[in-house]
Design a protein around this ligand. Structure first.
Ligand SMILES: [Zn+2]
Length: 193
């Protein structure tokens, strides 16, 4: 009788405690913080790829800055990645190309809209675009090349440097201006890697 009680009542209780202590924390490790308070699981695939894998030096960070290039905003809506002219630029996430053209201070620009309300912008690229509006690109696809400092199509730009030559937007030399927006609001791309 006592043995029967142990196996029919006590054993399931012990088993339940064992399971909850040892397995539930593992199963729920993505949705429970260390303090035990649940938070909303973000199911956006935030596995962004750095757009210039061979060049990781951020020459100008996101946010307010004191001495931008002539004509550039003191608020920097992206990061500048130092890379030589001609360096390949790759899509940070899969998505649809929604813009290729000359876009003010960003110079020649490619914009990709992603499935999860993110948008990525690549500025000061080469005018020899390798994608066009409407293209669907996979993460890691070659989408542009780092452009030259100077351009000759002056009808597109009012930006010049001290030599009087027209520049590829507000830029002091070849680099990638890389910007990310989420729901239309700029966020710091450096926080995504
Ligand atoms: Zn920039």
């Amino acid at each position: 009788m006592k043995k029967h009680f142990l196996f029919s009542t006590l054993f399931p209780v012990v088993l339940a405690i064992f399971v909850s202590v040892f397995f539930v924390p593992f199963a729920c490790s993505n949705s429970i913080t260390s303090s035990g308070i649940p938070f909303v699981i973000d199911d956006n695939p935030k596995d962004f790829m750095w757009p210039t894998p061979s060049y990781k030096n951020v020459t100008s960070p996101f946010g307010y800055r004191k001495s931008p290039a002539t004509g550039a905003s003191t608020y920097h809506g992206g990061i500048d990645i130092g890379a030589p002219q001609g360096s390949k630029i790759f899509a940070t996430l899969s998505g649809k190309v929604i813009y290729t053209g000359f876009k003010g201070a960003n110079g020649y620009t490619v914009i990709i809209k992603h499935d999860n309300n993110y948008e990525s912008t690549y500025g000061h690229v080469s005018p020899n675009f390798v994608v066009e509006v409407g293209d669907y690109v996979e993460k890691g696809d070659h989408i542009a090349n780092v452009g030259p400092k100077y351009i000759d199509k002056k009808s597109f730009t009012t930006y010049k440097d001290s030599t009087g030559q027209y520049t590829n937007g507000a830029t002091t030399g070849p680099h990638l201006h890389f910007a990310i927006s989420l729901n239309g609001k700029r966020i710091d791309p450096a926080t995504l890697f």
